[in-house]
Design a protein around this ligand. Structure first.
Ligand code: GLP
Length: 244
């Protein structure tokens, strides 16, 4: 779907998430949300916080799994995705702390693989993700699944693309300070979600959105894999959709 503005689009996505939370609440079940970081979902989180504060939407039955985290990364570092999620959402809603899952940037290298397997297992134990929200990087990455990622890839340690690190350099005060690696859910992990929503805003995403939606499916642009799934919705503003 294409919306006139990022604000309107973000409100729609937030309402879809709220509907899942309420539906699960009514059934006495947990809502399992796959969450993303970056600038793209900020207004979705803002709307969810508003729904919590003004309309009493509770996150008591919500379990979350974030897509990715830089590696290495301390949770209290300003640039960590843990800090981002607290600031944008978790500090402002009533989600139980133990329901929050974010890949751990503090692991010793020898512990990463076991952590990744356990992360996948934990998602399955909760019955899978009810919805996964995604942004898209200019390399065509989803999560941190950079070009070369396999369609059946699982949660793992990856090396970040140079363009991705350049795009992140502002947050880190220079590309040389951006970690070279990250732990990310795999393309296969994302695909298991019952519903996937990829959001993109602004002119600067128009080129990669066009490739992701209309381009040949290829590991060169992992977002093209989304064309293979029927449970995917692209939510765009008019600028991001301008190349379609
Ligand atoms: C980041 C994240 C992705 C995100 C993408 C786009 O590096 N790991 O999950 O979708 O890059 O970022 P932004 O939303 O700031 O454009």
């Amino acid at each position: 779907s294409v919306y006139p503005s990022q604000d309107e689009a973000s409100i729609q996505v937030a309402q879809r998430i709220a509907a899942i939370i309420l539906d699960k609440q009514a059934k006495g079940e947990k809502a399992v949300l796959g969450l993303a970081t970056g600038a793209t979902p900020v207004k979705v989180y803002k709307e969810l916080v508003r729904l919590h504060k003004e309309e009493g939407l509770s996150f008591n039955n919500v379990v979350t799994f974030n897509l990715d985290e830089y590696y290495p990364m301390l949770p209290n570092a300003e640039q960590s995705y843990v800090a981002f999620m607290k600031k944008q959402l978790f500090d402002h809603v009533d989600i139980p702390q133990e329901n929050i899952n974010i890949p751990d940037g503090t692991l010793a290298p020898e512990d990463v693989q076991a952590f990744c397997i356990a992360y996948e297992q934990k998602i399955s134990n909760f019955g899978g993700l009810d919805i996964q929200i995604l942004g898209i990087g200019r390399t065509g990455h989803i999560g941190f699944n950079e070009p070369g990622s396999a369609p059946n890839s699982g949660t793992r340690l990856v090396t970040l693309d140079d363009l991705t690190r350049r795009d992140a350099s502002r947050d880190f005060g220079g590309k040389e300070n951006v970690p070279t690696k990250a732990i990310t859910m795999g393309v296969g992990t994302i695909f298991k979600a019952k519903e996937i929503v990829l959001m993109a805003w602004n002119e600067k995403k128009a080129e990669i959105v066009k490739k992701a939606v209309e381009g040949e499916i290829s590991s060169d642009i992992p977002a093209t894999y989304l064309q293979m799934s029927e449970n995917v919705e692209f939510v765009l503003d008019t600028d991001a959709a301008s190349g379609l």
